[in-house]
Design a protein around this ligand. Structure first.
Ligand code: ADP
Ligand code: GLC
Length: 433
């Protein structure tokens, strides 16, 4: 099949979060399975600087209004207009091409569903809708339908939900959660109406990119067969970060510091870890000024501490080293469509400690391959951390969980087949025309 992805992010060159990993790794997996894959991205200037190797065709599309000639992917007041125009431009470009399926990702490219047939829209995160003025839709020649208007007004994601041929989201639990206003917000109604085209498919990882046995970003390698070597990797990385060696767990968080990720619970986990005698490593990016100020304050509190390391940046290489160095990774999200950090953690023999929501609930099982707590409260995360620290005192039991985490299938193997069967359904609709 000929499958074309349209997205705002692609790992590792244009990455803000998990969307980038998913577009790259799903495209690669399907290409390795013999399909013809093309990924279309806006021609960000930072991508045009060097040739990008990939196992699929990558097209960088220049948008005539030059609104992508900027340093960052997002974060501008005209983001919605930029991506809407990109979508229209991409639709014009694609009209002359043949394809079986268009795979759209999030609000950024959802509008393509209004222009072209056989589209599958994946919702990676419903809290970003691309709210817009109807005049933008007029300007871009989109014929407005009644269903395009909801409580949020008009949004590019809503248009995509209505117009796409198929819808997916990135875990089964999130697919159910978003049918209720608590997680689906103003879009839960339109999702319920289109529920028959919605499937929850859990994300996988690029198993060669995320591999502690070969990862070029690590100096010391290890795998499930020799997990003891993880300790060697850990002690070198702790030393590099200026942290003292420890006999207690090293706890980490690698995350965008936004409301979704419950920054207050991350801070609570940090304080508890220190109280229990453990070490804490925080790699946190992209927060609003208030959250940033909060973490800068916390950083000040632990300045000079040999058991706390902070980096309030986005740093791909450092993230790999922290996955390798940590014993526990905390992911206390208020909602989490899928979450990749808990998957990467398991691949690196690091036990995830997560809140029971969305994809976290689908991939981590308490007492089997990690720790799970339910209530988004300081008390609940503290209690789970205490439990984890207690288990640490029984190395054989800890090792058992660790080997079960290593053995958890976090690859694309099963999920790619589900996507392919959906693609097949769409491709067949082309044959029948
Ligand atoms: P989200 O997409 O909501 O941010 P995911 O868990 O799906 O959450 O994916 C996050 C991805 O971004 C992972 O690959 C993670 O390693 C990476 N990441 C998050 N924060 C940082 C950071 N500060 N520095 C480097 N990588 C990060
Ligand atoms: C989103 C979600 C995250 C998911 C990622 C990739 O950014 O917040 O849960 O893993 O997309 O699908």
């Amino acid at each position: 099949m000929r499958i074309i992805h349209l997205a705002a992010e692609l790992s590792p060159y244009a990455k803000v979060g998990g969307l980038a990993d998913v577009v790259q790794s799903l495209a690669k997996e399907c290409s390795e399975l013999g399909h013809e894959i093309e990924v279309i991205l806006p021609a960000y200037p930072f991508l045009k600087k060097f040739p990008i190797p990939s196992s699929f065709k990558l097209t960088l599309l220049d948008v005539p209004d030059r609104s992508f000639e900027r340093d960052k992917i997002y974060g501008y007041p005209d983001d919605v207009q930029r991506f809407a125009r990109f979508s229209k431009h991409a639709a014009d470009y694609l009209r002359t091409k043949s394809y079986d399926v268009l795979h759209l990702h999030d609000w950024h490219t959802a509008l393509l569903a209004a222009y072209l047939p056989r589209s599958l829209l994946t919702i990676h995160n419903l809290s970003y809708m691309g709210v817009c003025d109807p005049s933008l839709l007029h300007e871009l020649d989109v014929a407005i339908e009644d269903e395009f208007r909801g409580e949020e007004g008009y949004s590019l994601l809503r248009v995509g939900i209505v117009k796409s041929s198929l819808l997916t989201t990135v875990s089964k639990t999130y697919a159910n959660e978003i049918l209720h206003p608590q997680y689906g917000y103003s879009l839960s109604d339109v999702l319920k109406r289109h529920q028959n085209k919605l499937t929850g498919i859990v994300n996988g990882l690029d198993m060669s990119y995320w591999n502690p046995a070969t990862d070029p970003m690590l100096e010391h390698h290890y795998d499930a067969v020799y997990p003891e070597e993880k300790q060697i990797a850990q002690s070198h990385i702790l030393e590099k970060l200026g942290l003292q060696p420890t006999t207690k767990p090293v706890v980490a968080a690698i995350t965008r510091l936004v409301w979704q990720k419950a920054p207050y619970l991350i801070a609570a986990a940090l304080e508890k870890t220190v109280e229990l005698g453990g070490s804490f490593i925080l790699l946190g990016s992209a927060s609003d000024p208030e959250t940033e100020a909060f973490f800068l304050e916390l950083q000040k509190k632990y300045e000079g501490s040999a058991s706390v390391f902070f980096s309030l940046t986005f740093d791909e290489q450092l993230s790999h080293q922290i996955y390798a160095a940590a014993d526990l990774l905390v992911v206390p999200s208020l909602f989490e469509p899928c979450g990749l950090t808990q998957l990467i953690a398991m691949r690196y023999g690091t036990l995830p400690l997560v809140r029971k929501t969305g994809g976290l609930a689908d991939t981590v099982t308490d007492g089997i391959n990690g720790f799970v707590f339910e209530d988004p409260s300081v008390t609940a995360i503290h209690a789970k951390l205490e439990e984890a620290f207690k288990l640490w005192e029984h190395p054989e039991e800890w090792k058992k969980l660790q080997s079960q985490a290593f053995a958890t299938d976090v690859s694309w193997k099963r999920s790619a087949q589900i996507y392919l069967s959906l693609y097949q359904r769409l491709a067949q609709t082309a044959d029948s025309v």
